[in-house]
Design a protein. Sequence first.
Length: 634
Amino acid sequence: MHTRCGPYNRDNVPITLRSPKPGSRVVGRHISYDSICQADHDSISYQWRQVTVAIDAQRAASEWLHSFQQAFNAHDASGVASLFEDEGSWRDILAVSGQLRTCDTPEAMAALLAQEWKLSPDRQIHIESIWKSEQAERYGEQVVEAFFKFSTQVGQGEGIVRLRPDVTQPASLSAWMLFTSLHALDLPPADPTVQAPPTREAAVEPDIRNWLDRRLDEIEYTQRQPTVLVVGAGQQGLSIAARLKALNIDALVLERSARVGDSWRNRYHSLRLHNDTRANHLPFLPFPPTWGRYTAKDQLAAWFEFYADALELNVWTGSEFLGARKEEDSQRWRVEVERHGETRVLHPRHIVIATGVSGAPHLPDIPGLDRFSGPVMHTAAYTAGESFAGKRALVIGSGVSAHDVCQDLDRHGAAEIVMMQRSPTMVISVEPGCQELFSLYTKGDRPIEESDLINSSLTQAVQKKWMPLYYSRIAQMDKQLLHGLQAVGFETNQTGVLGFTDLYRRRGGGYYMDIGCSRLIIDGRVKVLHARDFETISGSGIILADGSVKEFDVIVLATGYKSLNDDVTRLFGEEIAQRIGPVWGLDEEGELRNIARRTPETGLWFLAGSFPDARINSHYLALQIQAEEAGVAL
Ligand SMILES: Cc1cc2nc3c(=O)[nH]c(=O)nc-3n(C[C@H](O)[C@H](O)[C@H](O)COP(=O)(O)OP(=O)(O)OC[C@H]3O[C@@H](n4cnc5c(N)ncnc54)[C@H](O)[C@@H]3O)c2cc1C
């Protein structure tokens, strides 16, 4: 049996509590403590049947971690599981499972560990230090939260444990959530003559060939092959290239557009990011502190270009990845690239597809669309509404792009704007609604690396419980907005979903973070039409289900984007696409499918998602590629 961490009185003497008696308040499977009577930085006190229990955060955390280490190193799966409460969950990124795994029950943890130890019988964990432990309110719960560093045979890890009183052992704190992640591999320092690209200069004396000469050579890849070929120079492609560079792994990024940043530059004129700049930094080089709260698309595009230059990333613009096949004997890929009209063949060991989940427009079959006499465009091709001043516009869709385009059309004086809603939409105001979500990155002076750890530590089980409560609180804040929308027939979807991040990950859309268009809908400047009331498009407008006709001059399709799977089939063929299965969307553990993790096709990797996703996931993907290159089994 393992030592369990118990409560202490104010003199730091352990105290024993009796089990809860019948009649004590037991809520679910969580302790019935009457109230948290004091929660300061270093300790948490709660009232339990007339006894005040004071918990020293540091001590509780260190005892729990000690017990965890003991059980883990004895390969005692049920011992580890017993340190968790029944609702306990554990997310591991590469540190213990070698994969991205989430276990939402102690039973699932025990099963995972038993399996892992069978594969790696020597696996041990050593808690190196606790760098912070404190009382915290996290996901609506008062917990002892500790950040710790640990090591395993393969490298250095970082983790978070959150403890709270346990109903089955009232004298104990059990783990509600555990997060473990690999931070760095323990490898001998790389031999710079073997792997490093030739620009790094150790000597101070000038050479006949200067930095620029070397950079230009380096980028050409005439004398060598890239170890990693990254397809796409958006935030994902640039982030992984920067991470690989830092690990001394030679990577070339292909971008088919003329300039780095074009994926943002070419989007509609009015676009600015809807999430806070402070959450969106790319790895290594934060945006300047002078920037505004919501970054404009051209500002971002310019930064991407600067970022690639400043970090000496090797990028070929105007270069399209045409397709690849495996060369079985060499374990490399054979890749065809069209670069400024010429074909180049490359042989990388790894390919990272970062072509975006909002890349190729999705154009659904809309009855009669081909009969429409006016212009029809997808939002990806929409630039600005100048040419539609005084015109009647139908915007099909009700997500972020649909709202942004309607708002832009209104600003440019469109005569009539109708948004066709196909299914209920989650609406949340950017201010105040989203502020709490961003607060992890915007409040206090927490380093971004720590915020990323907290962000990554959320498990599916906790998300399922906490998000509905959280979003219903936001819905209260946004009550007026939501009532206003409902009053004009706009259908909202605030319950039964786990938030817009979840919608983005599962469906790639279905939400709007309001930056003003909802007010236009409420005020009737943008009218709402339901897809169920629509019959077909005719020559100059649409015919509704009741037979009436509405005339329009332009139709904008805000119908989202194709899935990454289309890219996989097109670029790698049906067989590899079948083997890999769905890319993006969530698996049963709540992990993104095939994103930033080993896929069934060795040497083929994917990255996609938001800015924080790019920053966080590129780190773990780079470590996996580094491990493969070094022959280390994670
Ligand atoms: C209108 C809009 C607004 C958004 N607003 C936000 C926001 O406010 N906040 C947020 O976090 N996210 C937002 N997103 C979502 C997401 O952050 C963006 O879609 C982002 O661009 C995704 O980055 P990425 O690197 O995955 O892909 P992309 O930025 O799409 O980059 C992929 C790149 O791959 C290139 N490429 C594709 N195929 C090939 C090929 N075969 N060969 C060579 N190059 C190729 C493309 O040219 C492109 O440059 C928004 C998305 C859209 C569409």
